[in-house]
Design a protein around this ligand. Structure first.
Ligand SMILES: *Cc1c(COP(=O)(O)O)cnc(C)c1O
Length: 363
């Protein structure tokens, strides 16, 4: 059996992506790079079903979140943060460091914030400038109903909606313009099946207008500066971008968009559902009880009799690298991601290995 990388980032990248990143360097100030960048933007537009700009940063997902925070929040501002796990808390922590004040909505691991709660928090804090929410909580495998949450908010005085889509974009439906998101952050190494190192910030019209009224204290992460270099007929970066990662990203977007993004999302959903049923049939217990919020990208579950860590060790010996729990779930759960371009054969092989590991752990 071949090795499998089952961690929720970085994920296994498809062979055409590996091949693309090995190409010779180009100057980031030449026409060829500009047209590569523009082609990538067009593909991102197809994925997100929007022609609003996406700024690409040389950073991981955390950098994209930091970029969103420093461009839209500062001392004297108030934000609402909804969190159901480790990444919700990280986004909140990043926002607090801008000097802004936070109001928190917290939800148990395995559950998701509800539209009703979000609307109530906003009614109680009508002066909030931003609402922060994590689309896919990677620490628990919960997909938060962001679209429904936004739809439940009162129309007037809406804060900017800042969404952490680091582990959702590329793997599941996330249509920021249609849903009413203002700032959507993501990264290259999960749903976008590209090596780590690129961060992305999509901006709504409302977000662009808000930027005009602010001076960003960071130079590296100044969104206005990046946008100035993305002219109508030529896209550049304000400083040297990781050129090879752009080659890789372009190839990965090609894989995702081959039969249309929605077809790709449906394929990932079917894979996740098949994986979840297979695990349950073997006696694993899923952390997320409500199937409506189970992630299409990452599944979290318990091995019977508290044997999660033992099962992970055996899997690792077999060549399957999984992730464990974070925070209160440390040592208790197994997290297995499925962002890569896998089909039925891989599903059978991976489930087979989990079954064997479970049997061995019980002996
Ligand atoms: C992985 C992840 C992050 C952090 O991204 P890095 O690329 O590791 O900085 C943030 N939020 C979510 C939801 C994630 O899954």
């Amino acid at each position: 059996m071949r090795k499998y990388l089952l961690t929720p980032g970085p994920v296994e990248v498809p062979p055409p992506v590996l091949a693309a990143q090995g190409a010779q360097m180009e100057s980031h100030r030449c026409a060829a790079f500009s047209s590569l960048f523009m082609g990538i933007s067009e593909k991102l537009g197809k994925l997100l079903e929007s022609s609003q700009p996406v700024v690409i940063l040389p950073s991981s997902g955390t950098g994209a979140l930091e970029c969103a925070a420093v461009n839209f929040l500062g001392t004297g501002d108030k934000f609402i943060s909804l969190s159901c796990g480790a990444f919700g808390k990280r986004f909140r922590e990043i926002a607090l460091r801008t000097g802004a004040q936070g109001v928190f909505g917290d939800y148990e691991e395995g559950s998701a914030p509800t539209p009703e709660d979000a609307a109530a928090l906003l009614r109680a804090h009508p002066d909030a400038k931003a609402l922060l929410v994590t689309h896919n909580e990677t620490s628990t495998g919960v997909t938060v109903p962001v679209r429904e949450i936004i739809a439940a908010l009162p129309e007037e005085n809406r804060p900017l909606i800042l969404v952490d889509g680091v582990s959702s974009v590329g793997a599941m439906e996330c249509f920021p313009e249609e849903w009413g998101i203002d700032v959507l952050c993501t990264a290259s190494q999960k749903g976008l099946m590209t090596p780590p190192g690129l961060g992305f910030v999509w901006l709504s019209k409302r977000a662009l207008a808000a930027l005009e009224k602010r001076d960003c204290p960071s130079y590296y992460f100044d969104l206005k500066l990046h946008l100035k270099y993305m002219k109508k007929d030529s896209y550049e970066n304000p400083y040297t971008p990781p050129v090879s990662l752009y080659y890789a990203l372009d190839a990965a977007l090609g894989v995702i968009l081959k039969d249309g993004a929605r077809e790709w999302f449906a394929k990932r959903r079917r894979w996740a559902d098949g994986f979840a049923s297979g695990l349950e049939a073997m006696g694993f217990e899923l952390l997320v009880k409500d199937p409506a919020i189970r992630s299409a990208g990452v599944t979290a579950f318990f091995a019977p009799d508290g044997k999660s860590e033992a099962v992970r060790k055996i899997l690792s010996r077999m060549g399957l690298t999984t992730a464990g729990g974070q925070g209160a779930l440390k040592g208790k759960i197994i997290r297995s991601a499925h962002y890569s371009d896998w089909g039925e054969a891989e599903l059978a092989e991976i489930l087979g290995a989990f079954g064997e590991a479970l049997k061995e752990a019980a002996e």
